[in-house]
Write a protein that binds this ligand. Sequence first.
Ligand code: NAD
Length: 485
Amino acid sequence: MQRYKNYVHGQPLSNQSGEVFEVINPATAEVIYQVEVADEFIQNAAIQSAKQGFAKWSAMSGMERQRVLNKAVQLLREHNDELAKIEVLDTGKPWQEASVVDVVTGADSIEFFAGLAPSIEGTQQDLAGDFYYTRKEPLGICAGIGAWNYPLQIACWKSAPALACGNAMIFKPSEETPLGAIKLAEIFTQAGLPDGVFNVVQGDANVGQWLTHNPEIAKVSFTGEVSTGKKVMQASASSLKSVTMELGGKSPLIIFDDADIEQAVSAAMLGNFYTQGEICTNATRVFVHQDVYPVFVKRLLERIENNIIAGDPMDPKVNFGALISKKHHQLVLDYIRSGLEEGASLLTGGEAIQPHSAPHGYFVAPTVFADCRDQMKIVREEIFGPVMCLLTFSDEQEVIERANNTDYGLAAGVFTQNIQTAHRVIHQLQAGICWINAYGASPAEMPVGGYKLSGIGRENGMETLQAYTQTKSVYVGLNPLESPF
Ligand code: NAD
């Protein structure tokens, strides 16, 4: 069986403990390869290597960094299909998605930040003869810790701004999906990135905790659950590391009575069934105006029945894949049971499925609950699976209050033909990523991140440069120094 090592200083590095973990293809429930755990030897080597990498990389000009990163973008695009296949086998998501989204959006983010690298600059101001100037300096060694739903994309979104600003990064992918990050590291090396600037360490929470406690690491960028995010932030406080937190959500999609219903149904389906529901920004609370509710539900059920194809995720016709693990599969089914127990009406789905082409995979049917109430567990908690909760409303202010009545604040969507309604409502929603007559698109130019418990800081967009640089102010005295002593 194939066994992958950690990636340190431009090459694979064997651990000394011999400890490995196994990775399972969620669509077949079979072990597909093993990965060596980052033991103490690897951890020390990763830090020493990152220090050397940082010294070299941070001394290069923005133009030089841009060229290396753009080469990596080119290689990512050239290897799109090979990388997309890795993502399909690791995550269970459809090839139909991975081949056009995961690598593409990862490469886009690196291209975006590569373009900004030469423009990172300070300011200067005259002060009656004296003057000061500022330098935008990198932080040092940053840690990236990823979730399993978009493994390669997350590794790209974290490394892109970090590296563009001249930092080194030690990245730990999720232990469920460890391979994409290794491939990214290989591509960076091939593109000419100095050894040690992007190291990959493998393992579970223990390796994550080592990163968050390590005083040599200046910043942690984390993607995962709120509860883990809190632990990561607490550990990071031990050496006052700055943090970026991309956490969970329970996002509302509000469909007004003047909405284009076909488009609104598309958004609700994308926001609940794309990547079989395993997307942080999912619109899991779909508020539909009561006047259009019957027609909305009719079209939704017809389109689920006719258009969703579950099966072997490598089949290009399949658009609905397997959930990440047996444990997560059970968790989603438990939520469905809780919805039934609390009195929600099941309109479709609600059970595990065994598609012909992937009978052993961790599939759950696309599920829609009606008659949901705001207090139900399925309406309050993040399920991270293909479970849509339908809620009705009649009054704009009422729906805004209900949409905001959650500790999360990651995303929100509004469908209406009225531009005043659209902006008025969006401006009152407590969410960091909002869509009007759209859902889910996340281009590299647009900053993304959460309000409230959904996160701290942003990924992508110009403002992310601030999170990976620190400002040094330099006061220069040209006048004689005044002193009372
Ligand atoms: P998770 O919190 O279980 O794990 C995330 C990562 O943290 C993994 O690499 C894991 O090994 C590591 N980890 C676990 N415990 C740790 C600890 N104590 N210290 C340091 N690292 C630790 O999350 P998951 O199940 O992998 O991912 C699903 C979650 O991610 C969902 O809540 C989803 O909403 C969220 N997510 C958010 C975004 C976003 O951009 N906001 C994107 C994708 C996923």
